[in-house]
Design a protein around this ligand. Structure first.
Ligand code: C2E
Ligand code: CA
Ligand code: CA
Length: 491
């Protein structure tokens, strides 16, 4: 360093060893501190990332996973399904791709009778059964209450696969317990033209609704005819309430004749829909109305028309024929349905014992409905009860014996067999009716031969085209007045 005296400078010498020791120490400390800081920052970062990932995963689960079955929900199904459909190389040759919809029938009943815990076990069990049958690679989702959908590839016969799925799902085994369920399935085969997952799901839903509630056809595979059918149905659904308001539904009466003396026994009330100048028969709309519950309104409407007519005939002829009215099994799910019938009876001051309620035999196998108890309630109110379409359902002779019914209506299919084989099953049915003290009514009698055979075998009442087709109330009224006249002449 110059010291400004002459040209002198001071020079200092320090041994490098002495400095290096100090510097190294300082460097080392700094290094340690730096590492510590880096480590702390790193762990904070890792912590944040892990936390974030966990949150993300949780969010993903909330958004995409069904909590009960731990399978996908509909949002994920749509998202992933769309990706799969758009993927050109998605399937190998010889493999087909399908969307399936499966639902458990009367699942509400299961929840109600066994509790939600069992309900949840069943839902989880079904989702696992679907996975087991369709394979681990299938995309499975519970998309609402008891509805499942799946996207899967399959090489062999789809019908066999569906049969297996139905069999396993309807005898569901979970942890040593067996649950007897009823399911229906709809399937749509995805084609290369399909570009939109939602449209493909819709088609599977259409196929499903074609088999929904059907005890015999457990699954159906989509075809275009189904779509037209659905269109027709939704058109009817749009028109039905208007039809009821505009009094387009008309009650026809089909006479029933005593087999012994051919006098008038009574009639069955059958509904017709006079719509846009056409007459629509119940086979076109009753099954749909049972599905959408409109039958509950329609049956009461028919019942009220019958009561009104009965009141009118009573006042005019001092005579009330026995009229039978069809009561759909859908009513039995409503505990108070009989009060509604009674209210109408009292409105028109009708004696309940002039009215016969026709209940189909198949109603007796509906799950969760104690038909015998319902029949006792009906009986207590004084109505006559007939078991409709007898022989087409599954009631055992033991159940039949316990039924407090009055009349057995033998289904047309048995009448049709008269004269076609040596042994007529109708003989047995008539014997059972006699044995159990039911009045027997044969339905759909069309020929003299059938009528004579039935009369000879002791059938009490005949209903069918042989005597008369269902007719308007004015036409039927003529039969009542004529009957009274003939009665008078006999007297
Ligand atoms: P169902 O109760 O078994 O009624 C008898 C059906 O057989 C009627 O058909 C009747 O017209 C028809 N029939 C009677 N005799 C003969 C015959 O000799 N030959 C042939 N081929 N058919 C005959 P319809 O009126 O078309 O009714 C069909 C079904 O619709 C009824 O079957 C019943 O289950 C239902 N239905 C009709 N009206 C009502 C209603 O007001 N409420 C409910 N819930 N169901 C109804
Ligand atoms: Ca009937
Ligand atoms: Ca019948």
């Amino acid at each position: 360093e110059p010291i400004n005296v002459n040209d002198w400078s001071i020079v200092t010498f320090i041994p490098s060893k002495a400095i290096a020791g100090e510097v190294n120490k300082a460097l080392f400390t700094t290094f340690l501190v730096a590492i510590a800081v880096v480590l702390i920052i790193l762990s904070i970062c890792i912590y944040v990332v892990v936390l974030n990932n966990k949150k993300q995963k949780q969010l993903f689960e909330y958004a995409y996973i069904d909590m009960i079955t731990k399978k996908w929900n509909i949002y994920y199904f749509r998202k992933k399904g769309q990706e799969i459909i758009e993927d050109k190389n998605r399937i190998e040759v010889n493999t087909k791709q399908y969307i399936l919809i499966l639902d458990i029938n009367k699942f509400k009943m299961i929840n109600k009778s066994f509790g939600y815990k069992v309900g949840d076990i069943i839902l989880k069990g079904i989702s696992e059964e679907i996975e087991k049958v369709l394979g681990k690679e299938s995309l499975i989702c519970r998309f609402s209450n008891d509805y499942f959908t799946a996207l899967f590839n399959y090489k062999a016969d789809i019908k066999e696969l569906l049969n297996e799925l139905v069999k396993n799902a309807e005898n569901l085994r979970v942890e040593g317990n067996v649950y007897n369920l009823s399911v229906n399935i709809g399937v749509y085969q995805i084609t290369t033209q399909d570009k939109n997952i939602s449209e493909a799901i819709d088609k599977a839903i259409i196929a499903h609704s074609a088999s929904k509630g059907d005890v015999f056809n457990k699954f159906s595979i989509y075809n275009e005819k189904m779509e037209k059918e659905i269109e027709k149905e939704s058109k009817i659904e749009r028109e039905m309430n208007k039809g009821l308001k505009n009094k387009e539904f008309k009650v026809y009466y089909q006479p029933k004749i005593n087999a012994k003396n051919e006098s008038l026994y009574g009639a069955e009330a059958l509904v017709r829909w006079e719509h846009n100048g056409k007459m629509i028969l119940p086979s076109e709309f009753v099954p749909l109305f049972e599905k959408n519950k409109f039958i509950l309104k329609l049956d009461l409407y028919v019942f009220e028309q019958v009561c009104r007519d009965l009141k009118y005939w009573k006042e005019k002829y001092n005579e009330e024929p026995i009229i039978s009215v069809n009561v759909s099994r859908e009513h039995f799910l409503d505990e108070n349905f009989l009060e509604k019938y009674m209210l109408i009876c009292s409105k028109y001051a009708i004696d309940t014992n002039k009215i016969e309620l026709e209940i189909t035999e198949s109603a007796t196998i509906e799950d969760g409905i104690d038909i015998i108890e319902i029949m006792h309630r009906i009986k207590k109110l004084g109505f006559l009860i007939s078991i409709d379409d007898f022989g087409t359902g599954y009631s055992s002779l033991a159940t039949l014996q316990d039924m407090p019914a009055d009349i057995l209506k033998i289904d047309k299919s048995f009448v049709d067999r008269i004269g076609k084989s040596e042994k007529n099953i109708i003989d047995y049915i008539l014997n059972i009716a006699k044995e159990l003290k039911f009045i027997s009514v044969a339905e759909g009698v069309e020929t003299k031969e059938q009528k004579e055979y039935l009369a000879e075998k002791g059938c009490d009442v005949i209903q069918g085209y042989y005597y008369a087709k269902p007719m308007t109330k004015t036409e039927f009224e003529k039969m009542i007045s004529k009957d009274i006249l003939e009665d008078g002449e006999k007297k």
